[in-house]
Write a protein of this length. Structure first.
Lengths: 107, 107
DNA sequence: GAAAGTGCTATCCAAAAGGAAAGTAATATC
DNA sequence: GATATTACTTTCCTTTTGGATAGCACTTTC
């Protein structure tokens, strides 16, 4: 049984969480960054299929929500590193559960 | 540390899971149904803000993915009951984690 | 001196999502 | 006989999403 099934307050919490994480890329980006700090192109390669434009937008959004941080190095070619924050890491269990469920669901 | 951070296979599992659950309504519908079997209008009231059209489409999609089941009673006014399946219930932990994280995230 | 590499941004366009509002069918209620 | 109820579907229209492509800035490599 789900805890608090249908409870309006719990519903709001879930709604909040979903907003910070919605779309098919954000959680995957966080998952990629959970391995280690990465650069733009590395993430792009990990995700396989995302366009530069979309990745750029998603990263901005994640940064605004403090789920990742961004560090710019003034070199050429440009170098920008993205790191998952503690707050981002706190989504660990959501990702884990999603992973397990994804394995199950395929069958 | 997230389990298997960045691992491509895990990434695919998560991608699969996300597809079955994407959009801002599906998880909330499942959460509502986790309380008990409900009729169309009951779910609609629980979700607060969803239109009939969207709810109808989401329910169809959830049924196709075997996350809920649908029972029609040939009465008037029409009565249709939706029940979460075991497979749907297996998302319990995802919802729970999302709930806890949602509470945390608001601050 | 052409090409490759990096992290974007901008433009254009197609597809999808989603809201608002009305319609339907049969019964029961006032 | 008008009205309400239920679970949709349909139409119309706006917003959002996202793909494809090109460009830029500067250095290094061939």
């Amino acid at each position: 049984m789900l805890s608090n099934g249908g409870c309006p307050k719990t519903m709001l919490s879930i709604k909040d969480a979903l907003e910070a994480v919605e779309g098919r890329w954000k959680l995957l980006i966080l998952f990629s960054l959970s391995e280690r700090t990465k650069r733009f192109k590395e993430i792009s390669r990990d995700l396989n299929g995302i366009t530069d434009k979309t990745l750029s937008k998603e990263l901005k959004n994640l940064e605004e929500n403090k789920l990742i941080s961004r560090e710019v190095f003034s070199t050429f070619p440009p170098k920008v590193e993205y790191t998952i924050t503690e707050h981002g890491m706190s989504l660990e269990k959501v990702l884990d559960e999603l992973h397990f469920w994804g394995l199950l669901h395929r069958q």
